[in-house]
Design a protein around this ligand. Structure first.
Ligand code: UD1
Ligand code: UDP
Length: 365
């Protein structure tokens, strides 16, 4: 059996590393990896392949830096060419980026079955490019790997046939388990930045809705700078955010924070584990905060990972009141639940089993 995996953006490298490992352990399965090039800076792409020992992609399309339409269109054409050559039995796509949609669409039009990792997430906000990518990808997928029960329910509500939906758990939890300890051993980031465990707040900001609007970006940076007066705020700056900050003349705000360039996954895990609080608009970082039991404020008015809010580990900052971030982050966090809705850490193996029909896990695992 031949599976073509399509990846291209930072969170996809991290998800793919655990799934690829599981796929390559399946008897008779050959995986071919396409990197679209959506993320291309060394610290947004290369570092993950080196540090996490992901096999080099078989195809690198070099398509990134354009508008959504340009990226998706060019990827669609280039992925189709590869699929015609490779003739895979399955195309595997991850998450909700432009690379996800391009991979799914290219395959569906060639009548190649599509499998979607992280299916069924919804923000119910169609202004987000990710929401469009998710909904369309789910509806043209043949196998939908849902990370949570909420995701399963979202898919059923949209009329997707139950026999295509599989609740497997969250592959990012698999990654957190695998790399959590490695990070402790290998990362020197706390020492390098002079940080004390539980003595700082980790923040990330990159969503289009937060970075493309100068007022909103200013409110976020101002609020973080305000918090930094009490507890140091470490901000690894996403390249999209760096560009917007410069374009909107907001660079001065970065001077009030402890800003760094994007870091590799092991350093990021170390920063997350040792943070006192996390403030982020990243989907992956919200969950990692939960995996490492760090209270998190989401810099958005909604989240796809609704369980985190329900369990008391995540609070939404609506941004209407810039001053509210401080209270949300610093106030009492004692009422949190111990429930864990993201599986048992074997989502990747389940995905391998469902794709091949070969059973490795014991019944009920
Ligand atoms: C993309 C995904 C988003 C995901 C995020 C993960 C879409 C629609 N969005 O957002 O869902 O959460 O990746 O990080 O696919 N840039 C660089 N160097 C890079 C990468 C990006 O300079 O290595 C800059 C370029 O100016 C680029 C801009 O960032 O045009 C936006 O990149 P893009 O991949 O389109 O979207 P992200 O904001 O990264
Ligand atoms: N991440 C990283 N280095 C950073 C920032 C994030 O390795 O400087 C990791 C983070 O630990 C998580 C993933 O990137 O696993 C999240 O990606 P991102 O926030 O870019 O996208 P999202 O999850 O919002 O789609």
């Amino acid at each position: 059996m031949r599976v073509v995996s399509v990846i291209g953006a930072r969170p996809q490298f991290i998800k793919a590393v655990v799934v690829s490992r599981a796929l390559r352990a399946m008897p008779g399965l050959r995986e071919v990896v396409i990197h679209t090039g959506q993320h291309y800076d060394d610290n947004m792409s290369r570092i993950f392949f080196e540090e996490l020992e992901i096999p080099e992609p078989d195809y690198h399309l070099g398509i990134g830096g354009g508008t959504h339409g340009q990226n998706t269109g060019r990827m669609l054409e280039a992925i189709e060419r590869v699929l015609l050559e490779e003739k895979p039995d399955w195309v595997l796509v991850y998450g909700d980026t432009d690379s996800t949609l391009a991979g799914a669409l290219a395959a569906a039009k060639l009548h190649i079955p599509v499998a979607h990792v992280e299916a069924g997430l919804r923000s119910f906000n169609r202004r987000m490019p990710e929401e469009i990518n998710r909904v369309l990808t789910d509806h043209i997928s043949d196998l939908l790997f849902a990370p949570t029960e909420t995701a399963v329910q979202n898919l059923l509500r949209e009329g997707i046939s139950p026999d295509r939906i599989h609740l497997v758990g969250d592959v990012m939890y698999d990654a957190a388990l695998y790399y959590g300890e490695k990070a402790e051993k290998h990362s020197q980031i706390l020492k390098r930045l002079g940080l004390v465990p539980k003595g700082y707040i980790l923040a990330t900001v990159h969503r289009a809705e937060n970075t493309d609007d100068p007022n909103r970006l200013r409110v976020i940076l101002e609020a973080l700078a305000e918090v930094h007066r009490e507890v140091p705020v470490v901000l690894p700056v996403h390249p999209r955010t760096r560009k917007r900050v410069e374009e909107f003349g907001l660079s001065g705000f970065l001077g009030y924070l402890l800003t760094i360039d994007p870091v590799g996954y092991l350093d990021m895990v170390m920063l997350e584990k040792n943070a006192w609080r996390i403030a982020t608009d990243s989907g992956g970082v919200q969950k990692e905060a939960f995996f490492y039991k760090v209270p998190c404020v989401t810099l958005r008015k909604e989240t796809e990972w609704v369980e985190l809010v329900e369990l008391g580990w995540n609070r939404l900052w609506l941004l209407e009141d810039p001053g509210a971030l401080r209270g949300l982050l610093l106030d009492n966090w004692s009422r949190v639940s111990t429930d864990f809705p993201y599986g048992t850490g074997n989502a990747s193996v389940k995905i391998g089993e469902l794709l091949t029909g070969v059973r490795l896990l014991s019944k009920g695992a």
